[in-house]
Design a protein around this ligand. Structure first.
Ligand code: UTP
Length: 243
């Protein structure tokens, strides 16, 4: 009993109080096609401001660039595997752009989950794109979160929350401020037929659920709310509870 208490106390004393967070940033908000450099510069400043107190990894999506290559590659007869490879290239290009804004552009961004998890440390933000064909960067973010034993995944997208229906098509659609990971699983698996382009990659939802990592869905263009979500504070969006 005494030994057990001592072990618990030691655990508290040596445990790292720093939060570990993985940000999955949608390519469509990273490279919107108008004020790209201004937004990326502000995003980088905000992230750098959090770096000392947080173990932070950022996974970048492919956005318009990925869609362009998927379309043109498809028209040229590319198969799913080849189009995924093109998509991964676009995500890595975006990761390099964000790295440049963070003042640390490598010749090659980390290409594996392990490399990123190892690199992320207080004061050092790890930035990557995709890994291999068959999923999206949301799933990569969940894999990095698992490897880092992260406290949360922040999904920064162009949609400001999860809705009961597609708000662009249905004006009656209601925002869902809080839900369980199982409810999110129901949405991504049942309603979207496990499409990897649903609100969050179904594989990512499964990994988050299995590893009890919460997911915060937030509008990535709103840097005030994004910052709050990264810090684990109350934010405007959807909190997906995985506990
Ligand atoms: P994204 O993660 O940007 O996919 O990767 P997405 O969900 O389609 O984009 P958003 O979130 O709506 O902006 C772009 C594409 O790159 C390939 C997939 O084809 C994906 O659709 N990809 C990406 C992979 O095959 N593996 C990866 O690890 C990452």
């Amino acid at each position: 009993m005494i030994l057990c208490k001592l072990a618990c106390l030691l655990n508290v004393l040596v445990s790292d109080p720093t939060d570990s967070v993985v940000v999955s940033i949608g390519g469509s908000i990273l490279v919107p096609g108008n004020n790209d450099s201004e937004y990326i510069a502000r995003l980088a400043e905000m992230l750098k401001g959090l770096a000392d107190g947080t173990r932070l990894a950022v996974v970048c999506g492919g956005g318009k660039t990925a869609r362009y290559y998927a379309e043109v590659g498809g028209a040229l007869g590319g198969d799913t595997y080849q189009l995924d490879i093109l998509g991964i290239g676009a995500t890595r290009l975006n990761a390099q752009l964000l790295s440049l804004a963070l003042g640390d552009m490598p010749d090659r961004v980390p290409e594996t989950v392990e490399e990123t998890a190892e690199k992320a440390a207080p004061g050092r933000i790890a930035v990557m794109g995709g890994t291999e064909p068959g999923h999206t960067t949301d799933a990569v973010a969940a894999m990095v979160a698992k490897a880092m034993k992260a406290d949360r995944i922040v999904n920064a997208t162009s949609v400001d929350a999860v809705y009961t229906d597609d708000p662009r098509k249905n004006p009656e659609a209601k925002r869902i401020p809080r839900m369980t990971v199982s409810q999110l699983g129901d949405i991504v698996y049942k309603e979207h037929g496990a499409s990897k382009s649903s609100v969050f990659d179904p594989l990512g939802v499964r990994i988050a659920k299995e590893n009890r990592v919460d997911i915060m869905m937030v509008d990535g263009r709103d840097l005030v709310e994004l910052r709050k979500a990264i810090l684990g504070q109350e934010f405007n969006g959807t909190f997906v509870d995985s506990h």
